[in-house]
Write a protein that binds this ligand. Structure first.
Ligand code: SF4
Ligand code: SF4
Length: 247
């Protein structure tokens, strides 16, 4: 299948990101191909752990799972290169308080801007391709950040010189979520939370493994973060602090 203009633009961005990443980190050639959508043997392995269904890429030709481990403190690439920091309504309350604002209104005026963007989840054996258009309030990563910087990779001003987040206890939920992304869907009249990887070429923590035994405890720990974040996004939508359209 020939890629559409948008898909080809996206894979060009991933290629550039991977080339930059490779200057500092060894990237397994197979993992690189997974990021670039060049593997034809990727299966969607579903694993439900503590209320979250994970979609783990499984390579049927080599019998490998693609798994992840965070390399912090040696790596802080996500804080140097996040394209935006969308906030849930809970983030708004917690961060405005942490930064010393007397109320949410003054925090919103000084520290945030509203951005709209698209995110695409590839089709799987279970789900069709999803294109999601999101409009959310974003935390400024520089004092002057605005709509023109939407999606542009900028080093976050809260990343300190030791590679730590200076607002770690109140950092946006999306920072804790990375490199996963999550969504909720109705299954038999019950809300079900799903998560998969953001394969943008910006995280060096992905690697291959034959078994998920060592990975399952890590995912179990992440389930609470992912579930709570997804519920917070749903609350943010109900409170009209954000808008999501799915096609
Ligand atoms: S880019 Fe990936 S490995 Fe590096 S700090 Fe972020 S999540 Fe961890
Ligand atoms: S708020 Fe903190 S965790 Fe999030 S991108 Fe900025 S430095 Fe990183």
């Amino acid at each position: 299948m020939t890629p559409t203009g948008r898909e080809s633009e996206k894979s060009d961005e991933v290629l550039i990101a991977l080339d930059n990443l490779s200057k500092k980190w060894p990237i397994d050639p197979i993992v690189r191909d997974v990021h670039l959508g060049l593997r034809s043997d990727i299966q969607d392995y579903l694993l439900k752990l503590n209320q979250v269904t994970y979609h783990i890429p499984y390579l049927s030709e080599t019998a490998d799972f693609v798994v992840w481990n965070c390399l912090w403190p040696d790596c802080h690439n996500c804080c140097e290169k996040q394209g935006r920091l969308p906030l849930t309504s809970k983030d708004l309350s917690v961060i405005s308080k942490d930064l010393g604002y007397p109320n949410r209104t003054s925090f919103l005026r000084k520290e945030t801007y509203i951005a709209t963007w698209e995110s695409t989840a590839a089709a799987t054996t279970h789900e069709p391709q999803l294109i999601t258009t999101l409009t959310m309030i974003n935390l400024k990563r520089t004092q002057t950040e605005g709509e023109a910087d939407n999606g542009r990779q900028i080093a976050c001003r809260f990343l300190d010189k030791n590679g730590s987040c200076s607002i770690n206890s109140s950092k946006p939920g999306v920072c804790s979520l990375y490199p996963f992304f999550s969504w909720s869907q109705n299954e038999n009249n019950r809300l079900s939370v799903h998560a998969s990887y953001q394969l943008t070429g910006d995280c060096p923590g992905f690697y291959l493994t034959k078994t998920l035994d060592d990975y399952i405890p890590i995912l179990k720990n992440y389930s609470e973060i992912i579930y709570n974040y997804t519920m917070n996004v749903n609350t943010t939508l109900r409170e009209s602090f954000a808008r999501i359209d799915i096609t």
